[in-house]
Write a protein that binds this ligand. Structure first.
Ligand SMILES: C=C(O[C@H]1C=CC=C(C(=O)O)[C@@H]1O)C(=O)O
Length: 416
């Protein structure tokens, strides 16, 4: 388990089904703002990797030089987008553990002998060579338990329902076809709280989701925005939601109701189309299953489609998140109209909620999720959690409010 190895206050993590990477320390921190944040990040990462010396004997996803990243949803956000290269990465994939140590060389310093890996821990030593084999950091006991209530923030139940009503009216008037509207919950974490408790609950409770922690953004997302691995590109598109049933039969009925709901299938179709359109210039072979499948999570069912293709233009995963964001699963259709309506109807800054979160390697490969089912925790301990729902013609405000409640469950329970 990687979680006990994390820093209790500044965790860096990317895992699914117990596999992934934990980071310790910050060798390099790059921050970006505004509408050029993706382009600037691509360029900065190209410069970093061009200057780096990487020793990566394993050559599997996540080994060698990597940066964890989290990007703001909007170019107008007050929150920065970040790429963080940890000083130490502890990784686990397919039964193999590895350690990567990163060192930024001082002016005039040269790369020395890469050293040897401790037995049982193959090592990849990027950027600069370590002078000695890196040691595994000690797993430490979690700090005291806490229970934090998350309460309505800027958008309470009434304002959220009113916003949905206005969105349905705009859709009815033909202004747009779909918009995703979110609301926020807020809380406060005492100064010495160990964030690993929340992350541990999420990783255990939602093993099929990407559990992440990057610069205070913590969550468990079921939606893969993009994965680039050995020349292939893939994504998992989600849109369309229904609650779980009380027993096996009711649960099955819920899945069937979702799979045959015209409203949810519409909502889903927009999301798949936006991903296919964004990927088409980068992959001539990109395909999605014709009919979405139902994805079962502990708190709800989603309509899901897997998309896959061969990369035809050598794009990096950072290039692709720039092309894909924001998909219609978090913004709407047409994108610009949906963004304008979100700006008008949501009374808060989304920060990094619904933005890309994940990691990129020195070769540009990487895995990125859409930051859903998450909360941002700042240095002062303020917590803001977010959840949204896709609004199309015929959406019912009370129903959408309840849907956001289901989507808040992972965060409400992990903090509570
Ligand atoms: C916007 C969110 O979910 C998206 C992803 C899956 C299903 C969705 C839906 O059914 O509305 C949303 O498009 C969220 O969790 O905050």
């Amino acid at each position: 388990m990687l979680v006990p190895l994390l820093d209790a206050r500044h965790p860096l993590l990317w895992i699914r089904k117990g596999q992934g990477m934990a980071g310790r320390g910050e060798a390099l921190r790059l921050e970006f703002t505004g509408s050029t944040r993706f382009r600037d990040a691509c360029e900065a990462w190209r410069q970093v990797t061009a200057a780096a010396t990487v020793v990566d004997p394993l050559g599997t996803p996540g080994t060698g030089l990597i940066a964890f990243g989290a990007f703001a949803f909007s170019g107008q956000s007050a929150l920065t987008s970040v790429l963080i290269v940890p000083e130490l990465v502890i990784g686990k994939r397919d039964g193999v553990f590895w350690l990567t140590r990163v060192r930024v060389l001082a002016e005039g310093e040269t790369v020395g002998d890469p050293g040897t890996a401790p037995s049982g821990h193959p090592e990849s030593s990027p950027t600069a060579a370590p002078s000695a084999a890196p040691a595994l950091p000690a797993a430490t006991a979690f700090g005291a338990e806490y229970r934090i209530s998350l309460l309505p923030g800027r958008a309470n139940a009434d304002t959220y329902r009113a916003a949905v009503e206005q969105a349905v009216r705009a859709i009815g008037a033909g202004d747009l076809e779909k918009v995703v509207l979110a609301r926020d919950l807020v809380g406060h974490l005492p100064g010495d709280s160990d964030l690993r408790r929340v992350i541990f609950d999420l990783a255990l409770g939602y093993p099929d989701c990407w559990t992440f922690a990057v610069d205070g953004l913590i969550g468990s997302s079921p939606e893969t925005l993009v994965r680039v691995d050995h020349g292939t590109v893939s994504a998992r598109v989600l849109a369309g939601t229904i609650s779980r049933g009380r027993d096996a039969e009711a649960d099955h009925d819920q899945a069937v109701a979702l799979a045959t709901s015209a409203k949810d299938l519409d909502e889903h179709r927009f999301a798949v189309a936006s991903v296919m359109t964004a990927l088409a210039p980068h992959s001539q072979t990109v395909i999605a299953s014709e009919i979405p499948f139902t994805l079962k999570l502990p708190n709800l069912w989603h309509l899901a489609s897997d998309v896959e293709g061969a990369l035809s233009d050598g794009s990096s995963s950072l290039d692709l998140i720039a092309a894909l964001h924001p998909t219609a699963a978090v913004a709407g259709t047409p994108t610009l109209d949906a963004l304008a309506l979100i700006e008008r109807l949501e009374p808060f800054d989304r920060g990094r909620y619904a933005g890309p979160v994940g990691w990129v390697g020195a070769d540009g490969e990487g895995e990125w999720a859409v930051a859903l089912r998450c909360a941002q925790v700042n240095e002062a301990g303020d917590i803001t959690a977010y959840a949204g729902a896709g609004i199309v013609a015929g959406s019912d405000p009370q129903h959408e409010l309840l849907e956001t409640k289901m989507k808040f469950r992972p965060m409400v329970e992990a903090f509570g």
